[in-house]
Design a protein around this ligand. Structure first.
Ligand SMILES: *Cc1c(COP(=O)(O)O)cnc(C)c1O
Length: 417
């Protein structure tokens, strides 16, 4: 473990001794070669996920001015690399300090005017929250709800779009509460056929960088995500990419945006300035987090394995975990295996066992998994995330560690019942 990380635990004479050796120490620490994060339990919840040493070390960048000529191109690169991640040539990224939730506020306050209609496709917990957020800003929201484990069918979407004119349709790409994957391409096709002007927003907080997304090819209007899930960075950054159509709709608003901090009137000039290498200020960006994000995006978009290979590695990890779970007699929440997420797995507890039998036993074996989240069934299932380096860097052995711990846990829990 690095000395830097144990500094807060040091006291008195040791600390002063250390201070006197700071210069040697700083030089030594100037490369990631000497930086290793402290030993810890493996974090395999569906976000935050495991973060690489490179990304954590980038976060430890000396404090910088947010308008420094050294920092501006780092921010600009992040904007450009986000286009690569979601596969768009001209989409407009917004990187704003906040969590994934801020993406809902951005959509609700910039793209919908009070009194306008929005349709939310509900495939789990996050549909309700998105709807709640839209209503907060004055939208009239209808929800089409799928049963637990399913995504909303194309027929149901078509019916809803024929009944009413909607400014916006939203769906959760991977609903983190159910691990249900919605068919983004098919949804946009249905919308364009039935109601071509309706904007389509994809909540990709739990899918970007782990599920394939082709923003331009699929004709998506808005993608939102956050730093701490598939993008493998500590939490704290809301990321949104808006299509040309979405920006036109924004520019033709009759009323002003209904949020101050989330207003694109404020943020668009800032994003454009950073991208063109000029200083600009509205509200201070999370400078160090942007360095960390830059390190992660560079690994995702510019290094080996390629983005396409990363998707394949996520599929491989997912198949392995799902097959092992099946062998252990565990059933998945998603009803159709073709619409189960590849970045996470949601599993019903076996009969007679519950969270208290499984999660602490996994933790004892060094594995941090997540309990249920969907309000109706939250005590009946658990979730395992397998995004980012856990899926991509096979040499870490994360997937095997999870499977081994799961096997031992089930054997022990069954034996002790
Ligand atoms: C995690 C998540 C969110 C919320 O993101 P926060 O960073 O927790 O605010 C929204 N939607 C989905 C699908 C998520 O998985």
């Amino acid at each position: 473990m690095s000395l830097l990380l144990s500094l807060p635990q040091l006291r008195g004479p040791i600390l002063s001794q250390l201070r006197s050796t700071t210069s040697i120490f700083t030089r030594k620490m100037s490369s990631t070669e000497h930086f290793k994060q402290s030993p810890h339990k493996l974090l395999v919840i569906p976000g935050p996920i495991e973060v690489s040493d490179e990304v954590l070390f980038a976060n430890a960048h000396p404090s910088m001015s947010h308008v420094s000529p050294d920092f501006i191109p780092i921010f600009g690169d992040c904007i450009r690399m986000m286009r690569t991640v979601v596969d768009t040539a001209e989409g407009q990224p917004f990187l704003i300090a906040g969590s994934g939730t801020l993406g809902w506020d951005q959509i609700a306050s910039n793209l919908v005017e009070p009194g306008e209609n929005a349709l939310v496709l509900h495939s789990g917990y996050f549909g309700d929250s998105f709807a709640d957020c839209l209503e907060t800003y004055g939208a009239n929201v209808d929800q089409v709800k799928a049963k637990i484990g399913a995504a909303v069918s194309q027929e149901a979407i078509e019916d809803a779009l024929k009944k009413k004119k909607y400014k916006l349709l939203t769906f959760t790409h991977v609903d983190t509460s159910t691990a249900v994957l919605s068919n983004a391409k098919a949804i946009v096709e249905t919308v364009r056929r039935v109601s071509p002007d309706t904007l389509v927003a994809l909540d990709g907080v739990c899918s970007v960088a782990s599920e394939e997304i082709h923003m331009d090819q699929w004709d998506l209007d808005i993608i939102i995500t956050a730093s701490q899930k598939g993008l493998g960075t500590p939490p704290g950054l809301s990321i949104l990419v808006a299509s040309k159509r979405a920006m036109q709709v924004f520019n033709s608003r009759k009323s002003r945006p209904t949020s101050y901090y989330a207003s694109w009137k404020k943020w668009l000039p800032i994003m454009q300035a950073y991208e063109s290498g000029k200083p600009s200020y509205f509200a201070t960006p999370p400078v160090n987090l942007i360095y960390a994000f830059h390190a992660s995006l560079s690994a995702i978009t510019k290094a080996a394995p390629s983005l396409a290979e990363r998707y394949e590695l996520h599929r491989e990890a997912s198949r392995k975990i799902k097959a092992a779970a099946k062998e252990l007699g565990l059933k998945q929440l998603p009803l159709d295996p073709d619409f189960a997420a590849t970045g996470m797995t949601a599993l019903w507890y076996p009969d007679g066992l519950g969270a208290g039998d499984i999660l602490p036993r996994l933790a004892k074996r060094g594995i941090v998994a997540a309990g249920g989240l969907h309000v109706d069934v939250k005590d009946k299932y658990f979730r395992i995330g397998h995004m980012g380096i856990t899926a991509v860097e096979k040499s870490r052995g994360d997937v095997d560690s999870v499977i081994k711990a799961l096997k031992e846990t089930l054997a022990e829990a069954t034996a002790e019942k």
